[in-house]
Design a protein around this ligand. Structure first.
Ligand code: ATP
Length: 498
């Protein structure tokens, strides 16, 4: 370019324009600059929307993306320090007590750490809204060899995208949804909450403990789902509510639970528990036996559910934990005080459950007069005062005969013996519940012994112990309990289930 044309260009570019009198080169500069900024903005918009679409496609539910949570990788298992399973030394800790009174029953968690026993819908939403950076959606744990691994999509389809209308109930560790699988199987899907690692911990315990369990009085775990932050358990659906609802719900003046039905529920629950304690190797302690964990089918058969708190125990060993969990009113005293966990803790809770079933009262009821708040204390006092007939649920359609009432009360009182060693094993409980003939023969003796019960603490009556030992001796109970609970030899059973 010649010096003349450069001077010409320069003079042309320096001419003022009609846009605020700005020189031409300034206008051109502004135009080029804004175009670049606009271009960059459009480019970033395009990239963001492409990324959103990509995530949406990967996780979208059956009814579009609205219900679809964004998966997070944030959940990490928190290893809670606890006593060695194989170490029977007592570990002394100063437990922190948390009482969640947001639920109908009071969940008590004695913990050496802030724990995560609470549940709320907001937690659920929190889990859903956690930002995602998950790139892989494949299973994080391998298939265990039993049941099925379900994909998140399968379970979303089954539960209408985890719809609110499908919610059956909400426990301490997650929300339970009703669902129908592609093969028309009705299921209950428990979506474990992302509560600081506890959900994952419970998931692993539960999967290992329940996956191999098969018993008509235990809710069957059909499979599980592990995708991103999701931990879901898929159970058989039990179609007639839970015992808590039938005992304490609004059922009118007359309960549909007749005496025989109640006895059947007690016996079935005992069989389910006996299987956990004595039919599995290693044995399983449920740790949260209570009426809301006893599901009922349409034939009024009980099925023990919610093994979330179960801990696998090595045979013949006790387990000392720094983290005591259970539900207020049902927890055995030695477990609450020292963390010492054996299957006898379940036996205690089972004794409370029997009392609840017979009386229709909750284990702790602050709306009652002072002497009646605690179910065990009240019931012991009533039995000690020779007024056992007065403890039965007033909603029962027909009062039970005196003999079976006393029999079941005796079993309940034995189960809640403050001394865990004196509590019967669940197999023995079954034996006692079924030993009608033996009891008939000794009925007169039972009556006599009952009348001798110490009013303060009828359990500490040596005569009653002697009498029961004689009637309900444990020597041949192993054979009977196996027959009664449908338990097959331990190893063989576990292998068969896998
Ligand atoms: N397999 C199932 N079939 C039908 N309903 C179920 C099933 N499992 C659970 N439910 C229902 O969902 C509710 C919540 O169950 P979940 O076991 O999570 O909590 P919970 O027993 O009420 O409380 P917690 O967690 O404190 O033990 C139960 O009360 C029960 O009615």
């Amino acid at each position: 370019m010649s010096i003349y044309s450069a001077a010409f260009l320069n003079s042309e570019l320096s001419k003022p324009t009609s846009i605020f009198g700005l020189r031409l080169w300034v206008v051109i500069g502004i135009f080029v600059g804004s175009s670049i900024v606009l271009l960059l903005f459009l480019l970033s918009l395009c990239l963001t929307s492409r990324r959103r679409n990509h995530n949406h496609q990967k996780l979208s539910g059956p009814h579009g993306g609205e219900l679809t949570p964004v998966v997070s990788k944030d959940i990490k298992e928190i290893v809670i320090p606890h006593a060695n399973y194989h170490d029977q030394r007592l570990i002394h800790t100063v437990p922190e007590i948390q009482i969640d009174i947001g639920k109908v029953e009071h969940r008590v968690v004695f913990s050496d750490k802030a724990s995560s026993g609470e549940s709320s819908r907001s937690n659920r939403n929190e889990a859903y809204n956690t930002n995602s950076s998950t790139s892989s959606y494949g299973p994080e744990v391998s298939h265990l060899g039993w049941g099925r691994w379900y994909t998140l999509r399968e379970l979303e389809v089954a539960t209408n995208g985890l719809a609110d209308e499908n919610v059956i109930g909400e426990g301490g560790y997650g929300i339970v949804y009703y669902g129908v699988l592609a093969d028309n199987t009705k299921v209950a899907v428990k979506n474990l909450l992302n509560n600081k690692g506890q959900a994952e911990k419970e998931f692993k315990v539960e999967v290992e403990a329940i996956g191999r369990v098969r018993h008509k009085n235990l809710v069957r775990l059909l499979g599980y789902c592990v995708e991103g932050a999701y931990r879901m358990l898929v159970y058989e659906y039990v179609d007639n509510g839970n015992l808590d609802q039938w005992l304490h719900g609004d059922v009118g003046d007359v309960s549909p639970l007749a005496w025989d039905t109640r006895m059947n529920i007690i016996l079935g629950t005992a069989k389910g528990l006996a299987y956990l304690h004595e039919g599995l190797e290693p044995k399983v302690v449920h740790r949260d036996i209570k009426s809301s964990n006893i599901l009922i089918d349409h034939q009024w058969n009980p099925k023990v559910s919610d093994f979330g708190l179960a801990k696998l125990l090595c045979s013949e060993r006790s387990y000392v934990t720094t983290r005591v969990m259970g539900t207020f009113g049902y927890v055995a005293p030695e477990y609450a005080c020292t963390g010492m966990l054996t299957e006898k803790s379940d036996v205690f809770s089972f004794g409370i459950l029997i009392m609840e079933i017979i009386s229709g009262r909750t284990p702790v009821d602050y709306s009652r007069p002072p002497g009646e708040v605690n179910l065990v204390d009240w019931l012991k006092a009533m039995v000690g005062n020779r007024r056992p007939e007065e403890v039965v649920d007033p909603k029962l359609p027909e009062k039970p005969a005196s003999k079976p009432l006393k029999r079941i009360l005796l079993v309940a009182l034995r189960c809640v013996d403050p001394d865990s060693q004196k509590r019967p094993k669940m197999g023995h409980v079954i034996h006692m519940l079924e030993a009608d003939d033996l009891l008939s023969r000794d009925e007169r003796r039972i009556r006599r012994e009952f009348s001798n019960l110490n009013q303060e603490n009828p359990l500490e009556n040596p005569a009653a112990d002697k009498m029961e030992d004689k009637i309900f001796h444990e020597d041949n109970s192993d054979r009977l309990k196996v027959k009664a609970a449908g338990i097959v030899p331990r190893r063989q059973d576990a292998d068969k289930d896998i």
